[in-house]
Design a protein around this ligand. Sequence first.
Ligand code: G4P
Length: 528
Amino acid sequence: MMSIKSEIQKRRTFGIISHPDAGKTTLTEKLLLFGGAIQEAGAVKSNKVKKTATSDFMEIEKQRGISVATSVMGFYYKDKKINILDTPGHQDFAEDTYRTLTACDSVIVVIDVAKGVEVQTEKLVQVCRMRDTPIIVFINKLDREGKDGFDLIDEVEQKLGLTLCPMSWPIGMGQRFRGVYNKWESNLHLYTVENKQKITEGVAISDLMDPTLDKMVGTEAAHELRNDVELLEAVYPEFDKEPYLNGELCPVFFGSALNNFGVRELLDCFQEIAPFPQPKAAEERLVFPEEDEFSGFVFKIHANIDPNHRNRIAFLKVVSGKFERNKQYTHTRTGKTFRVSAPTAFMAEKKSIINEAYPGDIIGIPDNGTFRIGDTITMKEDLHFTGIPSFSPEHFRFINNDDPLKAKQLAKGIDQLMDEGVAQLFTLKQNNRKIIGTVGALQYEVIQYRLEHEYNAKCSYEAFHAFKACWIESRDDTQLAEFSTLKQRYLAEDKFGRPVFFADSQFSLQMAQEKFDKITFHLKSEFG
Ligand code: G4P
């Protein structure tokens, strides 16, 4: 089928990741501006949870409302259909980001030139590297003083374990910032304070020895640029598409998102080199985008913030074939068939009903509690896509029911919030007590608030001390029996009935690993 193939090759579905404040929202907005999807800057609301909001759940609710709109932003650029998937930068929502990354075919990493590699960047890039996701790096805020370009590149290579290939190079920075030399296009893009909010075209320079360079940026800056570029060419590899697509080589761009500088170059290169949707592994087989039959998976579930309409939106990424409205599909976990009469797509910030979608596209499906993160939807075939693991939470607390008359509501609320991926639920083997595990402490407030407002149930928490939850897998029944007796108090089941061991410290985990060598302790739920 020719048409589906060309639709696939047009798609660029990616995520922008960064430590909070590096400029992800600003860059997203400028990309939309270039794509003509929005008319003016300031239109995209930041959906980050502001630092001050850590104990203010009304603020969280508000942010949550905004983030539905900005969860996916699609636009056209140079005949490509570009889908940006939003990834919360706040560390308490890291799990959400990890899952969204499973729906991204590539990523752009934003780094603040002054701050360099920060904690959250490091964690997110690690997740990308596990899956060999192609990465482009954007070094932002060149209008401010920051680290020396070469030092920064070294830092990024070392801390993130990447091999970089600079595609552009800054001329000065901060007060002395003159522009960016674009190796990829062999041209120079000049920066002046007057034109900073405008989209300007680069000046073509095919030879850096050209004396017009001196005229344009001054002799000193021209000299420095020539030296830098010479060094770049000697030290860093040339761009090569194949290692980039394998996640082994990462192009780097410099610019200032706020000033709309260096963004067009980034986008031009991105739309050309970034991968279109690739085959995806299911437990049963590898699924290719160009297959005739539709398939897709749910990577995110979003609850409605209006408590009177408790419906949710399941975000589905199309993996293969063409998705069609009102067609009968199968939800493979339950085996049930269903039709979607009002699937939505997200163009810029607008949500609208669509009739069809292609691999790489993200669609919103109205859901009243049927779907769970990781679910697969197909025409008929019994497929289960892999690659959406749960990671061990960082925080653990017992959850108690505070209103005995509302036990049912509480159970239902917990069940649905866990399906949405807000947190993970474990049940202790010994006494059936429920433990909620989260990535950040903020989630406990979100859960309590939502249980009360959406499910009319009251809960409280109690400390449960654990370092990590480890999914256990044993190759020896006797050893497992011995382990189970010894560690009885620390054994639980996750929501799917898989056995979990709570290690109370790094040390006790190590001891267990040494003593029980036939048992493997996994820090994520998908292995093998
Ligand atoms: P995030 O989504 O990664 O968290 O970052 P965001 O885009 O919200 O940017 C964080 C702050 O950095 C914002 O300032 C933003 O204006 C600023 N910023 C982004 N790009 C650049 C740049 O190229 N140069 C400079 N100098 N600043 C940049 P803020 O004061 O925190 O927010 P706001 O009040 O301006 O929205």
